[in-house]
Design a protein around this ligand. Sequence first.
Ligand code: AMP
Length: 686
Amino acid sequence: MHDLLGRRLGNYRLVRLLGYGGFADVYLGEHIHLGTQAALKVLRARLESEEQERFLQEGRTAAHLSHPSIVRVLDFGIEETVPFLVMEYAPHGTLRQRIPQGTRLSIQEILPLVRQLSSALHYAHEQGVIHRDVKPANMLLNQRDEVLLSDFGIAAIAQSVHGLNGKEVTGTAAYMSPEQIQGRALPASDQYSLGVVLYEWLTGDWPFHGSFTEICSQHLTATPPPLHEKRPDIPVAVATVVERALAKDPEQRFVSMQAFSDAFAEAYGNEIAAPDEDEVTLRRSLLTDPTLYADEGSRGASSLPPTMDAPVGGASVGIPSLPVVLSGKKTGVSRRKVIIGAGVALTGAAAIGGATWFLLAHATSHDASEQFTAPPSPTPASTRVPSVGTTVFTYRQHSESVLSLAWSPNGQYIVSGSADTTARVWKTTKDETLYTYRGHAGLLNSIFSVSWERNGKAIASGSSDQTVQIWEAATGNRLTLYQGHAARVLSVAWSPQTTSIASAGADKTVQVWDAFTGKIGAVYHGHTDSVYAVVWSPDGTLIASGSADKTVHVWEAETQQVVAHYQHTDAVYAVAWSPDGTLLASAGADQRIQIWDARTATQQTTLFISTELTAAITALSWSADGKRIASACTDATVSLWDVEAGKLVYTYKEHAAPVYTVAWVPDGPYLASGSADRTVRIWRGR
Ligand code: AMP
């Protein structure tokens, strides 16, 4: 079609060939009256009338898009069966030309491109238009080097036009989402394609290679090689954002292009705003001050504020805060539908923290809102020791299920995380909230896990919002926002020795990172399904992780070398370490507690729960003296077991709905258990 040079199409004379693609040639055109320049895309194929109508329709759609980062369509016509599109002329070429294959860009260079492209696509999606062919060759540059996305919807036309050349199709296939390959383009398909583009810009390589068919089949089934493997210096949070955009299931991607772009910027922003050395030292010193929480007398009333909602956001420590919705609204979540949790309390030195959570797809028959009537809270007679099972205190301030809890190291306070989107810090003798942490606020967010730092200074919380947040226990001020997970965070645990955090979640990973720098130390990829429980060995050298893949893995925190591997017959929701570090207890959907040697995985004891068929064990806590294990169950009970005798010694039945979390006070005879009945109950356990 190069013979069109010099010819007139519509009001334009074709003065120069600018380029050509799979199905069209692009000419620089000059308006015959106005002398203005435009780019004319001239389709090579002659269209049948039905196809012409479709092309026209697409042209109309594109022409109605008006956005600073979308090439403006100025006109459209068909001259003697030759269809053509008149567009704004972009004199600086395409990003394909500007960024040759194999080039790696810095995140700083990528960020403005992501912003512009996402904004353009977000706008188009709002107009009901899917691009369908997002790739660097369709990203043009104007005089000011700003990006202009071109060819909206043209891919759909291309598909109806014959004679596509193989190279072009392969070039497009490299960026094509699985669902689009299957003939079903969605707005999220554009996000996937942009994800591939970012993958390419970050690593200098496409995620998949091969023939057209090979690439397509990889898009459908193969996991892209982790970004980190190709470029280890990319912050994990950034890699995670890109990998999420590349999820096979469109539902797993970000809800919108804007959300994608925000997450990318946030991940990067976090990285550049990482605290400097001085600040890290300052934060660490906060943690090592022995006076706070050392004992009731020395801390005084001032270290925890009165009953006031704590501020959210880390302005005071220089971490950019999330756009947090400060909403106290109820979530509207139906407990019948969704939430069952599992808590894991660490033991011995680590006993202060750790509660792990899960969501079960299948429903529980309990519905707290219908069934729950609070039992009277018995007050212990001051002169005698309450007997085992006596409830000494009930906390009722949560408006939804309590999913996680952790004691302060001195046993005076509890932090409880809930499906009401909040975590609350309260004194264990008063049914009042000292303050409410709302850093995870947002519709339907649940706090699946909380863990109290060993000196009492900071609390870690993990949520369905996919973040882990570290906040100052005394004030609720956020210190760190960790966004390394690509799905909800189900379990969080402080190292008993250092400032490391282990966090795990539905993204199947366990990540070990520093609580104050947010710097990642390791990512454990050994599980093949959601990881519900993560616990440190009391000496801080090993990590045990329990997963829906029915296994518990014990591995070295430093090297991720697997030390032991224990098999259950169903999903594992809870893991607890014996205080002396030799044994592990694990439990979950297979309704039995297995006790086994932590290093050899040799079976020691099996404790059978005799309960209704659908019940699952959601949480385990090993008492500091090593003699008792408490197990929480979805049948609304907590069982106490004598470890040595392998016998059930008591069943606590005061909760009115599934129990999701249980933890022994760090050194004492009491237990706290949290439930879908919205209460936390403190009761005598031995
Ligand atoms: P396409 O068929 O969209 O892939 O376009 C083929 C080539 O034409 C591109 O690689 C660009 O070099 C060039 N081109 C397309 N549209 C424009 C435009 N609006 N302004 C300048 N050059 C363009």
